[in-house]
Design a protein around this ligand. Sequence first.
Ligand code: XIL
Length: 396
Amino acid sequence: MKLNRWLATGMVVAAAAVAGAAPATASHPVDPTQQSLGQLGLRHDLYIGTAVDMAALADPADPQYRATVSTEFSSVTAENVMKWETLEPTRGTYNFGPADELIAFAKRNNQKVRGHVLVWQNQLPAWLTTGVNNGTIGKDELRDILRNHITTVVKHFKGKIWQWDVVNEAVSDPWDSPPTLHYKGFWAQHLGPGYIADAFRWARAADPKALLFYNDYNIEAFGSGDPANDKTQFVYDLAKALLRDRVPIDGIGSQGHLGTQYGNYDTLQVAAALKKFAGLGLATAFTEVDVRSVMTPGVQAGDSGEINPRLQASAANYSVLLQACLADRHCLSYTVWGFTDKHSWVPGWFTNPPEGLATIMDENYQPKRAYNLMKADLIHSGPPYVLPRVPQKPRR
Ligand code: XIL
């Protein structure tokens, strides 16, 4: 995109941002700090999304949740309601209602939808795991069940999903046993790693226009380069092998679940990783960003001397991932995994030690410095180094 077109896009987005108010003019420019993350992202053709908790979205006592999802973001992901246990709690009986509600909400608000998730070892229905474990569901039947699930779900949402997380978290971590990285979990155990290629092929057949992603955590940057212990390298090699076998994969989703107690990465490391995936011809996306902190007794007691450095470190990590994404034209979207500490999976999941403070707004929907830093990144970037995204076409 040429510079003048980029500026024109900015003006249109800016004008649209203040619908109802007088349009922006040279003498009365729009104040970008008053624009939403979603609006600011669109100047770069970058979609800024959030995971959505459907119970919170429907809660009349918490109208600010719904209002913020609709105004602040240009993309949404179902936090839970597109997972297998929710979609098919009883074998053969699909419960699409909550997911359909999210799709309708997104349509009303002009938002793209990331589909999450088709194949994962967690949040599977009990009928499936029990049947496999007690031997009543054998390998051939299990493969048929998986094909059926993918086909049914992807067809149901056909034309409504921009990006599907087809396979999620298939690769082990160095702290698992054995420590050499390997394909982990229910599906690899019962079907072997070939399920990954199968899943992408089945998904493509059911909706040829959706972008198909492999999604995982701890793949923000490359490490040693040895796939035995470098998860990013392992996933890179997986993607390369899938492409070699003409498997229809279009992108790599990097979840971006970080913690301020870890060293983490700088922007250039993360941008280099995105660029390397793009070198394979793949799109990328940050799909589940949050940056948690340990809730020490001091933090819990409200000691600002302990809280502030954590908020600052959290903001810096949000910014590292966003700047890296902005810097690579194949990074199509940046999704946070919840946007308020009032509704975040972190305190319920990371309990020993307790962790929290992971999102970009506090429990009262007040923006934290992470929110402001994200805004600043979106406002202060542009040509010549930050250019609008290159649209990814589904691979045939
Ligand atoms: C989490 C949800 O946020 C929780 O509400 C649920 O109890 C467990 O799953 N990686 C993923 C997401 O791909 O689906 C997970 O979501 C967080 C980790």
